[in-house]
Design a protein. Structure first.
Length: 721
């Protein structure tokens, strides 16, 4: 047995990079610390540069002539720190002793500002210092992904192969004679080499090796940060001290509950690195595990779904087999998509004609079954052991006499754990909350019934703490950029499918894009989800902007939302009147919804009174969406902006998203070298005619549309026009 030339080449390449890779993480961590401190110092200096020197008056017992400081061009606390005590002592009217006291007071104020600072990265790609910080975090995240769980094996391979480093390049075959067991030694070498090649580890090591991998471009780093900012903050928080508001993350719960939650481990193995839980999300999942039967009431946009998935992943890691999610039809597809996206758990969509078969498959294999309030009553009995039941939009159960409640509540009673989700604030529906608490923890509900929730709000919350956890965006997202984009997947209903099939057969691209809302709007899952989002936003005091390319889509939205609507802004509204509509939206109540054609409101308008944006369908030109979002997400916006993209699965929407994402990927891969292209959202826009043809062809193939259907649809389409 011997090691051949090809294997020797692998050994040489491995020995050339492995030692430096194993030593590479500490320098990256040190660079993160240094750059973070520089960014933090700059943020502190910026705040101090806005503080006048009079802020130091109390600390200096009024012994300073601030007019003299101004005359010496020392106007702010930052100026005082830059000047130093020696230069301050030279200012007319300020003694050396007072100068030292003044400088010491400024230093104390600087430390106080630093202690109170909430670190946050603004989305400014021109900021070279922040770009350097993000680039180092990018490399560190890449390094950790490559070496996750492999550090010990990598070191063992290095120890095994290091004695071969002295072998000259002229050697083409290695045989070992002598030693205690040369055959076994050669076998270990060949197995190690085979593993390095077969697993792709050697190639991955090259990517993270200092000096060998290519440094990522700034745009690539910023794009990655915007896709997963939580992951960046998670890694940063493991290296430096970040004040992310731990009390707020814990929902200001009593200390004994917080301590129990902190002591609860969270098994994230089945999340498989697909999601980086923020601190408050990890706390929420562990709270649900500790308290067992709870109501998670986080504000919309904080990831209640992800927290529920984390609970399922933890329980599954401990051997729990079956988890059940019950939700409105409008978020059914979204739930299955999120389970698959964020975990290794198998998701089953239990709805429609094959619901019984899917239900039985779930019972046999285990995983996450997702069904609707309407479907649950007609399903066979669930498994005897139900480790967790999750109820989304739990306020649907406010009346225990409804059919949905009668079908669901026995399952809630039987389940080992129950997690209710709702984004509606407690204060808005006190009676409903007490009813929900009754389902979860009857004893807590009895205690609550004896308290006047309005008159004794503090005591009411204390009694509610074992069952209810709520965090607001302003409390826990201060470390994040103020833009969160969420895809909202739904399905065509049975009423809508014939119309969609006909639109595909007629090759009517525009009609295909509108079916999910304008055909049988009373049965539209998209419209139902839009109503839920706008209701949640209103409950949280957030105004909404709804964008669509199509006027008839906006008409249907206006029909279901009624008097809350402002607008619509369309291409027929004169430019002189558009600002009046925007001003009206600014003056309107907190539940106001502005409707706008994306081509009319997508450019040149400031809509920052709205902090929730709904886009009714994907756009052919991604730049249209970017421009529309930028009307709300811009300088001066005081709240985090939530963007909800309404999408229909197995439809024109899904095909457009897939095709545009692929074009974006190719653009990222091949065109990033062009600074002009990289700086323009229009660079990835595509021909509408070409995209429409691709999408229609894909949908015709998927639906197996016959020639006869095409001819009939084309005739009907001509008659309609």
């Amino acid at each position: 047995m011997s090691v051949k030339v090809e294997q020797l080449d692998v050994i040489r390449r491995f020995l050339a990079i492995a030692p430096s890779v194993l030593r590479h993480r500490p320098p990256l961590v040190s660079e993160v610390k240094r750059t973070f401190e520089s960014v933090q110092d700059r943020m502190v200096s910026k705040q101090l540069a806005e503080m006048p020197t009079t802020a130091l008056k109390q600390a200096t017992a009024n012994r300073v002539r601030f007019k003299s400081l101004s005359e010496a061009r020392c106007h702010t606390v930052d100026d005082v720190l830059r000047a130093g005590s020696a230069r301050l002592g030279q200012v007319n009217g300020i003694s050396e002793t007072t100068a030292r006291q003044l400088f010491a007071a400024a230093q104390r104020l600087r430390q106080a500002v630093k202690d109170d600072l909430r670190f946050r990265i603004d989305l400014d790609r021109s900021d070279t210092l922040v770009t350097r910080l993000l680039t180092t975090l990018f490399l560190l995240r890449q390094y950790d992904r490559v070496l996750e769980g492999r550090g010990r094996d990598l070191q063992a391979a290095l120890d095994l192969l290091r004695p071969l480093a002295a072998i000259s390049k002229e050697v083409t075959q290695l045989s070992i004679v002598g030693g205690s067991d040369p055959t076994n030694f050669l076998m270990q070498i060949r197995e190690t080499v085979s593993d390095l090649e077969g697993s792709g580890l050697l190639q991955l090591l090259t990517q993270v090796s200092p000096g060998q991998g290519h440094a990522p471009g700034a745009d690539r780093v910023w794009d990655d940060f915007e896709r997963d900012s939580a992951g960046y903050y998670t890694v940063l928080g493991q290296i430096v001290e970040l004040d992310l508001g731990e009390d707020a993350a814990a929902g200001n719960l009593p200390a004994e509950i917080v301590a129990a939650v902190h002591a609860q481990p969270l098994d994230e193995v089945l999340l498989e690195g697909k999601v980086s839980l923020r601190g408050y999300q990890s706390f929420g999942a562990r709270y649900a595990l500790v308290q067992r039967r709870t109501l998670l009431g986080d504000e919309m946009g904080l990831g209640k779904t992800v927290q529920a998935i984390a609970v399922m992943a933890h329980l599954s890691g401990g051997g729990a087999k079956h988890h059940l999610v019950v939700c409105p039809a409008s978020v059914l597809v979204n739930w299955t998509s999120e389970v698959r996206r964020h975990s290794a758990l198998e998701a089953f969509l239990v709805h429609g004609s094959d619901r019984d078969r899917t239900w039985r498959t779930w019972q046999r294999r285990g995983g996450v079954a997702v069904t609707t309030f309407g479907t649950l009553p007609v399903l066979p009995a669930p498994p005897a052991q139900l480790p967790l039941i999750v109820v989304d939009e739990a306020h649907y159960l406010k009346n225990p006499q409804t059919q949905r409640a009668r079908a669901l509540l026995p399952l809630v009673d039987r389940a080992e754990r129950a997690l209710f989700l709702t984004g509606t604030p407690l204060e808005n529906r006190l009676g409903e909350f007490q009813q929900l608490v009754t389902y979860l923890q009857p004893e807590a509900a009895r205690r609550l019934a004896q308290i006047d929730g309005l008159a004794s709000a503090r005591r009411y919350r204390e009694e509610l703490a074992p069952v209810y956890l709520r965090r607001n965006q302003e409390d826990v997202l201060q470390e994040l950029p103020d833009l969160v984009v969420t895809p909202e997947w739904s399905s065509f209903t049975a009423h809508q499918m014939p119309g969609y099939r006909m639109a595909v057969a007629a090759r009517n691209f525009m009609r295909m894009r509108r079916v999910a809302i304008v055909d049988h709007p009373g049965h539209s899952e998209k419209l139902a989800r839009l109503q839920e989002i706008t209701n949640d936003a209103a409950a949280n005091g957030r105004k909404v902007i709804v964008f669509s390319y199509f006027r008839d889509v906006l008409e249907e939205v206006a029909e279901v939302l009624g008097e809350r609507v402002v607008g619509p802004l369309t291409g027929s509204v004169p430019a002189t009147k558009r600002q009046a509509i925007i001003d009206e939206f600014g003056r309107a109540g907190a539940d106001a919804v502005l409707l706008s054609q994306i081509t009319a409101g997508g450019t040149g308008m400031n809509m920052q009174a709205g902090s929730v944006v709904i886009i009714c369908e994907p756009q052919v030109k991604p730049s249209l969406e970017s421009q529309a979002i930028a009307r709300a997400h811009r300088m001066g916006q005081l709240r985090g902006v939530q963007v909800h993209r309404l999408l229909t699965t197995d439809s024109v929407d899904q095909r457009m998203v897939e095709l545009l994402e692929e074009k974006q990927r190719l653009f990222d891969e091949y065109a990033r070298g062009s600074e002009v292209a990289a700086s323009s959202a229009e660079a990835v826009d595509v021909s509408e005619k070409k995209l429409a043809a691709e999408v229609i062809d894909l949908e015709m193939e998927r639906l197996a549309v016959s020639r006869a259907e095409q001819l009939a649809a084309e005739r009907e389409d001509e008659e309609d026009n």
